[in-house]
Ligand binder design. Structure first.
Ligand code: UTP
Length: 234
């Protein structure tokens, strides 16, 4: 399979920890023995810290987005360092560079590209553009919930949902630089528009990621540990 992943900064770089990058890189190298991979890394807490500081210093939203993009690219560089020779050595800075890099037999890692979105949207767009078989969103929550599970005890996890339901849910989400939401609204729309098979999962332990990929190897799963977003109303 060709798999595109939006690797949330919260999963990879909560705090900067070389062991975390190495552990994740080892899992990704294992997966790459069977599958072609393109990873888009998020900015995590550091992106948020930089953006907060820039806002307080008077920067506008687009200027803050550019700062966020820089941090996502720094995380991509750290991940490339952890992957070593299995990684494509450069961080693509746009979709066409990503397409060229994906022609190689290396694991491609990149960050953000444009203001007004997050790395989820970059990964969703690349999934469609490069015809990925599967789009994975490893994050720090084990799927999509009716409400924020960190805030409400009544939050219920969706085992599956349609892309249209996902778009409905994303309508009220903020696009402000550094805002925290399960998946950004631009990404939701791209998932719907592109008919991309998508799974949101708990990426804190890479074993969960490996298990879900193994499940998909036998064909599209009906259920897994995360939330499966089906392209249309099935
Ligand atoms: P992230 O992709 O890390 O945001 O981008 P996120 O998904 O909310 O956070 P984590 O990493 O999963 O915890 C960080 C910020 O960088 C800017 C936005 O301001 C975003 O909030 N950004 C990122 C862009 O403007 N464009 C991009 O293509 C990517």
């Amino acid at each position: 399979m060709f798999i595109v992943m939006s690797l949330g900064g919260s999963v990879l770089a909560g705090e900067l920890d070389a062991r975390r990058f190495k552990t994740y890189a080892d899992a990704i190298i294992q997966i790459s023995k069977k599958h072609k991979l393109l990873l888009v890394t998020g900015g995590g807490v550091y992106a948020r810290k930089y953006i907060e500081t820039a806002k307080a210093a008077g920067a506008n939203e687009v200027a803050c987005d550019f700062i966020g993009i820089d941090v996502t690219r720094l995380n991509a560089k750290l991940f490339i360092a952890a992957l070593g020779k299995t990684a494509y050595p450069e961080v693509p800075v746009n979709y066409n560079e990503a397409a060229i890099a994906a022609e190689s037999d290396k694991i491609v890692v990149m960050g953000g590209v444009l203001p007004g979105q997050t790395t989820d949207a970059v990964a969703a767009a690349l999934s469609e553009y490069l015809k990925a078989d599967l789009f994975l969103i490893p994050t720090s929550v084990d799927g999509i919930y009716t409400e924020d599970p960190n805030v409400s005890k009544n939050a219920v996890k969706y085992k599956t949902m349609t892309a249209s339901e996902l778009v409905q849910m994303s309508c009220g989400l903020s696009l402000s630089a550094g805002s925290k939401s399960p998946i950004d609204p631009v990404a939701c729309k791209l998932i719907e528009r592109g008919g991309i098979r998508t799974i949101v999962l708990d990426g804190r332990d890479p074993k969960t990621l490996m298990k879900i990929i193994e499940g998909e190897e036998k064909g599209p799963q009906k259920e897994c540990d995360g939330t499966i977003i089906t392209p249309c109303c099935l």
